[in-house]
Design a protein around this ligand. Structure first.
Ligand code: AMP
Ligand code: GLY
Length: 425
């Protein structure tokens, strides 16, 4: 098989690495890819939202399956376009992708499918939303409806903050069209975890739990980022709770969309808050998380291509997924200044040294090759990922490897996995 992977981050390097291991696969293409994927397949300089370009590529390269990493091409309808061309696609169609592309759609669907989530209201008129805030109980969460590169959620601790966030979204339009509609919702308290499932429109197969670290600084301080590290399993969601949690947050959504004749095929990602009343859904994503993908794929023993083809063709029923018993951790090496301003183009050393340990894999995120050298090319540069007999061992191995890698402006969090370690019996 020839497989095309769409995207350019650490998640896509991990997907390419795992897909390449399948005996079913002859060649992988990555659009646009990064310095890490270039070593495994052929990078094609196409933007992930260039749907006509991607469709042409699938014909030119005889692609047998397309795996979509990020949400934007799914929201734009890449899976639907590929279905019309009869090319299997791992990722949902545009209708189901609204679970991530529109927070209002997602909340209404959760309400219809009786999925536990924060109480909410949706507003299209600024004056009405502003009036609602004036009677609100704080903290409250204000969310831009559309895709806003992870910046469209504001947890407002008082009326002034909330009004400013609302004004930015609906009047100043800092997120453009994404802020024309807003969701205002109850602020949930608790610990977060990510729970992902392979779905074929009817059946699903669960991946183990994981936990992301969204803030830039240690102890969850500083601005929100795409994710500074992740580990699996997350003790806040232990294995004995997987099925009852899936019955609450995965199954009802899959079945609801199936009843609407809009089957969800691909990865359904539930971002959960474990509240005193049990798990509640903060958000759905319609793809692997980045960086959650990296530790999850390190633990996965099954052939991912078989699972993806089964999802795309609706034959997941009865499939099993084999997971290594070890824990895994991914620490993101970023460029100082991320998620704000940062420099690019610094040469990176030590990656091979870090990978001397066979239980360590360094996934590239923002890198490119320049005259044979790997240089920094983004805010999140690398994802150092390690396995260990338990979380403590994985964390230790991961930081030892991370410390072997150098470039100017290197920045990392030093507390990835600490919440999980704190929960150990
Ligand atoms: P989202 O894009 O909806 O996942 O939101 C990003 C982050 O905002 C989440 O990972 C949470 O940390 C936080 N968040 C979102 N919604 C809520 C909520 N209702 N209560 C508390 N925190 C929230
Ligand atoms: N790590 C969170 C996300 O991928 O949305």
């Amino acid at each position: 098989m020839n497989v095309l992977i769409v995207g350019s981050g650490g998640r896509e390097h991990a997907l390419t690495w795992k897909i390449k291991q399948s005996p079913l696969v002859k060649k992988v293409f990555i659009a646009p890819g990064n310095g890490g994927t270039a070593a495994l397949g052929e990078n094609i300089a196409l933007s992930d939202d260039d749907l006509p370009g991607i469709l042409k590529l699938t014909r030119d390269k005889n692609i047998d399956m397309v795996v979509v990493g990020p949400e934007l091409p799914l929201v734009l309808g890449l899976a639907d376009a590929l279905e019309r061309e009869k090319i299997p696609c791992f990722g949902p169609g545009a209708y189901a992708a609204q679970l991530e592309g529109s927070k209002a759609f997602s909340k209404f669907l959760m309400a219809e499918a009786e999925v536990p989530t924060a109480d909410f209201k949706v507003f299209q008129e600024y004056a009405q939303a502003d009036a609602y805030l004036k009677n609100g109980q704080f903290p409250l969460v204000i969310k831009a409806d559309g895709l806003a590169a992870g910046k469209g959620v504001i947890v407002a601790s008082n009326l002034d903050e909330a009004r400013e966030a609302l004004h930015d979204m609906m009047v100043k339009q800092v997120f453009g069209k994404a802020g024309e509609v807003v969701v205002i919702e109850e602020c949930l308290q608790g610990e977060e975890a990510s729970f992902l499932a392979f779905c074929d429109g009817h059946d699903y197969v669960l991946l183990p739990s994981s936990q992301d670290h969204k803030r830039a600084g240690d102890n969850d301080t500083g601005p929100n980022t795409g994710g500074m590290g992740a580990y699996s399993p997350a003790p806040v969601l232990p294995e004995h709770m997987y099925q009852e949690t899936a019955d609450l947050v995965i199954k009802p959504i899959i079945h609801h969309l199936e009843e609407m004749d809009r089957p969800f095929k691909g990865i359904l990602y539930a971002g959960l808050m474990f509240t005193a009343q049990g798990p509640k859904v903060l958000e759905y994503n319609v793809r692997f998380g980045d960086p959650e993908c990296q530790p999850l794929l390190m633990r996965m023993e099954s052939d991912i291509v078989e699972l993806m083809m089964a999802c795309a063709s609706g034959r997941l029923g009865g499939q099993r997924i084999s997971i290594r018993p070890e824990a895994s951790v991914c620490v993101v090496l970023a460029a100082e200044g991320y998620p704000r301003k940062y420099r690019k183009g610094s040469p990176i050393t030590g990656i091979e040294d870090a990978e001397q340990d066979e239980l360590v894999k360094v996934f590239h995120a923002g890198t490119r090759l320049e005259k044979g050298l790997t240089v920094t090319n983004g805010g999140r540069v690398l994802g150092v990922t390690a396995l260990g007999a338990d979380l403590a061992e994985a964390v230790k191995r991961c930081y030892e490897a991370a410390d072997r890698i150098n470039y100017s402006d290197k920045y990392l969090r030093r507390d990835i996995g600490q919440k999980g370690l704190g929960r150990r019996p």
